[in-house]
Design a protein. Structure first.
Length: 249
């Protein structure tokens, strides 16, 4: 088992093609710098080193990432392949590996510290999660044009037992490497750790740590960042109605 008092490395996934967004969102502007620069900067407050996984075709602009301790590596055709590209670059003496993505640019440095602290304390992994504040129902498509859907009768309310999971995720390094041995495919790493019998704890997430998947969500992230920076310039604390947020500069 890894020495959990050892180094912490963060893998920032930024190799996506931006199919849903309509372009590589990781390089779109957010507050005067590329979106991907924000999780890199936040992770620095809690990490000994960072690996940024970029598109494998070389058609990327890593300006602003050329900082001592920040390594870049080309990603793969899938998320799991990109994680493994990052793992191959992380030094073997890393005790804890954090996996995050460019699509969560407003996660605070404190959120990184909290998931890392849980693994230091004995968890196999830790993820941030938010309670569901709306009713969740199962639906099925309605026949005909228009894209309407119909509620499925008897669908259960899952607010009490489910959480919206964000990044960053922290893992015991040896376990994360073990579940990726054999090059499996998975949507995300915590599912593989759970399948391997690992204990994953959930820490409180941050409501402003939005997942940027559409241009509308990027516009929301810009508004949130502008608001936080204004509060900081006025000497206000970084806590407000949407949760604890620290501006990433």
């Amino acid at each position: 088992m890894s020495d959990r008092g050892g180094p912490v490395w963060t893998i920032v996934l930024a190799a996506g093609g931006g199919t849903r967004f309509g372009g590589r969102k990781q390089f779109f502007d957010l507050g005067g710098e590329p979106l991907v620069a924000h999780p890199v900067r936040a992770a620095w407050a809690a990490s000994d080193g960072i690996v940024v996984v970029l598109p494998g075709d070389g058609d990327s602009d890593p300006d602003g990432l050329a900082t001592p301790g920040v390594l870049t590596v080309p990603g793969g055709a899938s998320r799991a392949e990109s994680v493994r590209a990052g793992l191959a670059t992380v030094p073997r003496d890393a005790a804890i590996i954090v996996v995050t993505d460019a699509a969560h640019p407003l996660a605070s440095a404190d959120l990184y510290r909290r998931v890392i602290a849980e693994v230091r304390a004995g968890a196999d992994a830790a993820v941030p999660g938010l309670p569901l504040t709306e009713v969740v129902k199962a639906v099925r498509p309605e026949p005909g044009p228009g894209g309407t859907e119909r509620l499925v009768a008897g669908a259960s309310l899952v607010r009490e037992t489910h959480r919206l999971v964000q990044t960053p995720h922290a893992f015991r390094a040896d376990l994360l490497r073990a579940v990726h041995a054999g090059a499996p495919e998975a949507v995300e790493d915590s599912a593989m750790v759970t399948a391997a019998g690992g204990r994953i704890v959930v820490v409180p997430g941050e409501p402003a740590n939005i997942h940027v998947t559409t241009p509308d969500e990027l516009a929301m992230a810009r508004l949130l960042l502008t608001h936080v920076r204004q509060m900081r310039s006025e000497g206000e604390p970084d806590e407000y109605g949407t949760g604890r947020v620290r501006a990433v500069r």
